[in-house]
Design a protein around this ligand. Structure first.
Ligand SMILES: *[C@@H]1O[C@H](CO)[C@@H](O)[C@H](O)[C@H]1NC(C)=O
Length: 295
């Protein structure tokens, strides 16, 4: 039973590791650290991320996220949204499809975003850039401003071998599949390569089970063989026992060969006990001295 629990626990650990290897959690980028700058997916070698902004509302900040040439679009959605009051008088957020102040706004999003009502669609760019501008006219700090945006690069057309195809025709990096962040935008990830993931999991489980079985069986066999071998040297037939006794009897006090561990001091009494029972005439007590120092 212990063995089964051990194998189960090991398997669970293995699965957890496997999931970490096969899915990529978007890394967090703090927008404040990139103000008036660019976050480049190519430079950072990533395909998805989480942009987080926290501010006391006392300074402007704009950031451009640049995608890959091979995946020239960005999809994104808000996870969290708290930008001043609903009138956009003091704080506002402007999201643009491009890398300049003059770029067009995102399809489906208003030109100015504010308040605490989170825009809850998944949006996309038609350029390689997503520009986020936070503008404030505050003269004193008030309610903190914070929002976070989950984004990832995608491609359309024929997907590459390292990509998976979403139901909406987008291609995304297969490492994003099933990462829990809706990388397709239509929740159609976790479908296609699930077959291969299941295959990998089942294959790994079977492999693990075989390895564990081999280990368990060999440990058991080794133990049993060792157990069987040890007494078989001492469990000699009665005739031989007689011979052993006579040896002891004819040489009382003789120290039996210590090269054979069965005859060494630790087991001697056990062996002699059985020997007396089988012997018609009890021999003289032998070899006690072997374990005691002479005085
Ligand atoms: C932020 O930008 C706007 C528009 O350019 C400007 O009116 C405002 O004073 C700026 N705010 C700060 C804190 O610099």
């Amino acid at each position: 039973m212990d063995v089964i629990f051990f194998i189960a626990r090991l398997t669970l650990l293995f699965l957890v590791l496997l999931k970490d290897v096969y899915t990529a959690t978007p890394q967090t980028y703090r927008m404040e650290e990139y103000c008036q700058g660019e976050i480049s997916m190519i430079m950072g070698d990533f395909h998805s991320g989480k942009l987080v902004f926290h501010s006391d509302g006392m300074s402007n900040c704009s950031v451009t996220v640049a995608s890959w040439y091979t995946e020239p679009y960005i999809q994104f959605y808000f996870e969290d949204f708290e930008v001043g009051t609903d009138d956009c008088l003091r704080d506002k957020l402007m999201i643009k499809d491009g890398n300049s102040v003059y770029s067009t706004q995102i399809t489906g999003l208003g030109s100015k975003l504010c308040g605490s009502e989170k825009p809850d669609d998944v949006y996309r760019t038609f350029t390689r850039y997503l520009r986020i501008e936070y503008e404030t006219r505050r003269v004193y700090p008030g309610t903190p401003v914070h929002f976070s945006i989950i984004f990832n690069a995608f491609d359309v057309g024929i997907c590459d071998s390292w990509e998976i195809r979403c139901d909406n025709g987008r291609c995304i990096q297969d490492e994003m599949n099933c990462n829990g962040y809706n990388p397709c935008g239509d929740h159609s990830d976790c479908k296609l390569p699930v077959g291969s993931i299941v295959g990998i999991v089942i294959g790994s489980l079977a492999g693990l089970a075989i390895v564990m079985t081999v280990i368990v069986v060999s440990i058991c066999c080794y133990r049993r063989r060792k157990f069987r071998n040890m007494p078989s040297q001492g469990r000699v037939p009665n005739t031989t026992t007689g011979y052993v006794i006579s040896t002891f009897a004819s040489h009382p006090g003789a120290i039996p060969s210590s090269s054979n561990p069965w005859y060494s001091t630790g087991h001697q009494q056990v062996l002699l006990g059985t020997a007396y029972e089988n012997s018609p005439v009890p021999p003289m007590p032998p070899a006690q001295i072997s374990s005691q120092p002479e005085k």
